[in-house]
Ligand binder design. Structure first.
Ligand code: CO
Length: 157
């Protein structure tokens, strides 16, 4: 059974650090962490999760694709559409807050998967947005840094 990891919230300096790449030959060591991150993302109803959000400053993101959760290690965007679009985003580390962020409509991203194979994916729309959002986390960037029309929801107590 995987472990539910604690998702940290802004403000926290861990969320603002530049995360470090994983050495490809060390990828197998992280198998349990990847499974725990996938479990935590699902339990939190997230469509993405980046390692800094669970207090690890390493370059790992999880993205929930139509084919299921994908672990992306050392992800790097290699190509971006000129066209950008605005859409609403939220973040597990910025609870109850939403705002519109301008992102590239299409990207190409290379990464290593959890078995250490080099992969490349072309993503558009929501998936392109999620990947850009999660990679920002690896560089200490949060969506609220560039969002407009930021809305904070209040809980009823
Ligand atoms: Co986020």
């Amino acid at each position: 059974m995987p472990t539910l990891l604690q998702v940290i919230s802004e403000p926290n300096e861990i969320l603002r650090k530049i995360s470090i790449a994983i050495k490809v030959d060390e990828i197998p060591r992280y198998k349990i962490l990847f499974d725990d991150m996938i479990f935590t993302m699902k339990e939190s109803d997230g469509i993405g999760l980046a390692a800094p959000q669970i207090s690890k400053n390493i370059r790992v993101i999880i993205v929930n694709t139509k084919d299921g959760p994908q672990v992306m290690i050392n992800p790097a965007i290699t190509s971006r559409s000129i066209l950008k679009e605005w859409d609403e985003e939220g973040c597990l580390s910025v609870p109850m807050t939403f705002g519109k962020v301008k992102r590239h409509k299409k990207i190409v991203c290379k990464y290593f998967d959890s078995s250490g194979s080099q992969k490349q994916v072309e993503a558009k729309g929501l998936m392109a947005r999620v990947i850009q959002h999660e990679i920002d986390h690896l560089d200490g960037v949060l969506f609220i840094d560039s969002a407009k029309n930021i809305k904070k929801l209040k809980t009823l107590n």
